[in-house]
Design a protein around this ligand. Structure first.
Ligand SMILES: Cc1cc2nc3c(=O)[nH]c(=O)nc-3n(C[C@H](O)[C@H](O)[C@H](O)COP(=O)(O)O)c2cc1C
Length: 158
């Protein structure tokens, strides 16, 4: 099949938008906008993320052995674009802090899931990283969505 057609079809699957953060060997934060995220198992508590082998932060998942999935709110489209742009200083001008578990977390998201990497699986041009949940919190606010190649928002209630 034509890759454009595959992309067109897959774009019909609506998702949330996350920024997956981790750190390099020196402890410097790094991150990537990702919608290839899924919950996986409750017992044990597992999630998965799919990371492009060409991403700058790719090595950091193995090196640090930890990552966090930051769930973006509907007001965070700019942040999503920033972390989807190669070759820029992503954390400059971005509010973040290091968690008690030593994982970079972005501020003002609607929730986050801190994980330790349990396994990496071969997935074509991506690697599927399984993460065991160490700690997670959510604020219940309105999410940023991605559908048909565009950021979207939930319709207003009422
Ligand atoms: C909405 C959206 C979802 C994305 N989802 C993923 C994803 O799940 N996995 C991935 O590896 N890249 C994904 N990307 C692409 C990366 O964010 C992009 O390639 C980024 O520039 C990589 O950063 P880096 O190479 O500087 O680490 C997505 C981009 C957008 C805009």
């Amino acid at each position: 099949m034509d890759p454009r057609e595959i992309r067109h079809v897959l774009g019909h699957f609506a998702t949330g938008v996350t920024i997956v953060t981790t750190k390099d060997k020196a402890g410097v934060p790094t991150g990537i906008t990702a919608n290839a995220f899924s919950s996986l198992s409750l017992n044990p508590p597992l999630v998965l993320v799919c990371i492009d082998k060409k991403a700058n932060c790719y090595e950091c998942f193995e090196d640090s052995g930890v990552f966090a999935v930051n769930l973006l709110g509907e007001h965070q489209e700019q942040l999503a674009n920033r972390f989807a742009t190669k070759g820029i200083e992503k954390f400059q001008d971005t509010a973040w802090h290091m968690s008690a578990n030593g994982i970079p977390l972005l501020d003002q998201t609607i929730g986050y899931i801190e994980c330790s990497v349990t396994q990496g699986y071969e997935g074509g041009d991506h690697t599927i990283y399984l993460g065991e949940i160490i700690h997670a919190e959510a604020a219940g606010d309105r999410p940023l969505l991605f559908y048909k190649g565009k950021y979207q928002r939930l319709p207003e209630e009422g």
